[in-house]
Design a binder for this molecule. Sequence first.
Ligand code: SAM
Length: 286
Amino acid sequence: MEQWFLNKYSPNTILKIKIKKLLFQEKSPYQTIEVYDSHDFGRLLVLDGIVNVSDKDEFVYHEMMTHVPLFTHPHPEKVLVIGGGDGGIVREIAKHPSVNQIDLVEIDSKVITTAQQFLPRSAIGFKESRLQVFNEDGAAFVERRPDCYDLIIIDAPDPIGPATSLYQKHFYMQCFNALKDDGLLTTHAETPTFTKELKIMQSIYSNFSAVFPLVQLFTASIPSYSIGIWCFVFCSKKFHPLNDFRESSAMESSMHNQYYNAAIHKASFALPTFLNTAIHPSHKVP
Ligand code: SAM
């Protein structure tokens, strides 16, 4: 009998993904964790019914969340990942030799062991010697680390379940405090394709704008998350993602990226008019 995973983009739009096999299913104290093997998307890590990682396009997400800020900061050394239990973000950070400390705070240790068993491409990040893993709530963790990091990457699921604390303005202020004077932060922010997600994106953008002096959206396409554009948020105390972009370092780098490159870095900040209007309703875009 054919088996399908229903990837619910919105309450009214579903992508049916034909699966070969359900490889793993367990209820941890925090969420239901499932791993499917699918025909077109490869392996899928699904938390509480939502795709968090797919073999097909995880590189787009992990490379953009990581290299955009790390090629903007002039000398990044200390990086904090909040969430990120699959390891993909750490895999990308580890490509930067200037980084000497990677802290990862993941509330659910079961996600890490599941990724290590079933998602070796992402979980290779956990072999990194500069990495220290903490199993606790990321919101509580940042409060105890003022003035500590050059970069914080929030790699959290959608704002439900244990991740709810990672979408509060108070948490954004604690992240601001945990960054050094010239620190950067990236996170992801849903899609403008569907009304509910658009509203979440607008709220993430405006809440960060109330905390950081410089906040910009950048985008990529990640089919396993949604159709159309997927948004990321770049927040900065000082450096500008285009004016301070270390373009020649990005061009000369021998990293084996599959998506990120210098041209993509610059192009990802060019927003279509409807998106610019959605985040700056009073702005006229030329
Ligand atoms: N890229 C993914 C996405 O947006 O779909 C996120 C991937 S990563 C697997 C997300 C991780 O954040 C999960 O493993 C989850 O357990 C963890 N997480 C959720 N809430 C958290 C919290 N409050 N503190 C730390 N980690 C949390």
